[in-house]
Design a protein around this ligand. Structure first.
Ligand code: PMV
Length: 360
């Protein structure tokens, strides 16, 4: 497929107004996307678990307007008007308007809320942009008869990608690949696809407990972060490593090799942070408590023989990943030894989910 496949044919139906609601989850990357080309095309492939509890719920109310000169929209978070969200949505609309020609025909009221606190340090861009993209696709679906579910999901992911790269991995679950790589058939830079090969029972219902180490504003926005990979001395090796890691994950997922999984996932997280530490300008996004947690996890893994591991996004919070059948002991350990490192003792228990849902 190419991006031209997402430019619609002339609309066959006409609608005056309506309202649509979607809830869409966040996701956590195992192989990280870090570095992009023009139009949010990733420099390397990535793969993520879709989450279940951390999600955004967005209602889009649309009303046909007289003139189709400008975009017209208002945004609310938790019922409060958020004019500071508007520039990001304006940019999103500009990027996607050639694929959704109806955008200038309606006034939109965007009402959104998250199941996780706004200032938790958990990025809401993946869940937020995917929820909005899905609402817009529900409108397009009413304007064109006979759209297939497969095309609907592909285009929603394609549009979400143009809002925030990793958002394209939030439409479906439970394991999503984004970025063309030879070892995964059907993978593409344009949208997220379901991981197409066998997944061992060990990885079903995988758990993710998110330790909120630092709830502050992100020190480095992801736009700045991705740009740090331009002219980065280790960029090409890193991009190649991501391809290799995706290939290595195939036998791991098939055989259920948890020890190999732990090594690969932690190495990916540390590599992401190593890229930030070795860019110019350079950043350290981990906090002292991030390192305390990592060291405690390593010690506990050694002592207990359990398959607990961590991953990190571009921030200080720690995602602790573990199989469901080890959950009781690992949660006990988290509560006993790790929660003290969280801001206000705050953590979120999540697990693998199966993607976004339309709310009727
Ligand atoms: O989608 P963005 O542009 O916010 O980038 C997200 C990048 C990481 O979260 C650090 C890694 C990933 O693959 O999700």
């Amino acid at each position: 497929m190419t991006e031209h496949d997402f430019s619609p044919k002339p609309y066959t139906n006409s609608i005056e107004k309506g309202k649509v609601t979607w809830e869409s989850p966040s996701n956590i990357a195992l192989v990280k996307y870090w570095g992009k080309k023009k139009d949010q095309i990733p420099e390397n492939p990535s793969i993520s678990f879709t989450l279940n509890e951390c999600k955004t719920i967005t209602t889009l109310t649309f009303t046909k307007k007289e003139s189709n000169k400008d975009f017209s929209f208002e945004v609310y978070l938790d019922g409060n008007k958020k004019d500071d969200f508007k520039p990001k949505i304006q940019t999103f609309f500009e990027r996607i308007e050639s694929y959704l020609p109806f955008l200038r025909d309606y006034h939109f009221k965007i009402e959104t809320k998250n199941t996780f606190p706004h200032s938790s340090g958990i990025a809401s861009s993946a869940s937020g942009m995917s929820a909005l993209a899905l609402c817009l696709m529900s409108i397009e679906k009413q304007l064109i008869s006979g759209m297939s579910e497969e095309f609907f999901n592909q285009k929603a992911s394609f549009l979400a990608r143009l809002g925030s790269g990793s958002a394209c991995r939030s439409i479906e679950g439970d394991l999503i690949v984004w970025g063309k790589t030879d070892s995964i058939e059907g993978s593409t830079d344009l949208f997220g696809v379901k991981y197409p090969y066998k997944i061992h029972q060990n990885f079903k219902n995988y758990q993710d407990t998110i330790l909120l180490v630092d709830k502050g504003e992100k020190q480095v926005s992801s736009t700045v972060g991705h740009n740090l990979m331009h002219n980065h001395p280790f960029a090409q090796n890193r991009f190649q490593q991501a391809h290799n890691n995706l290939e290595k994950l195939k036998p791991i997922f098939e055989s259920g090799d948890l020890n190999a999984f732990v090594k690969l996932v932690e190495s990916e997280a540390l590599t992401l942070h190593a890229m930030m530490m070795t860019s110019m300008p350079y950043f350290i996004l981990m906090k002292p408590n991030t390192l305390e947690i990592i060291n405690k996890i390593w010690r506990f893994r050694q002592d207990s023989g359990l398959h607990i591991c961590f991953t990190l996004d571009a921030g200080a919070n720690v995602h602790i990943l573990y199989p469901e059948n080890e959950a009781t002991q690992i949660l006990e350990f988290i509560k006993r030894e790790l929660v003290v490192y969280c801001q206000n003792g705050h953590y979120i228990c999540d697990q693998i989910g199966f993607g976004a849902k339309k709310i009727d």
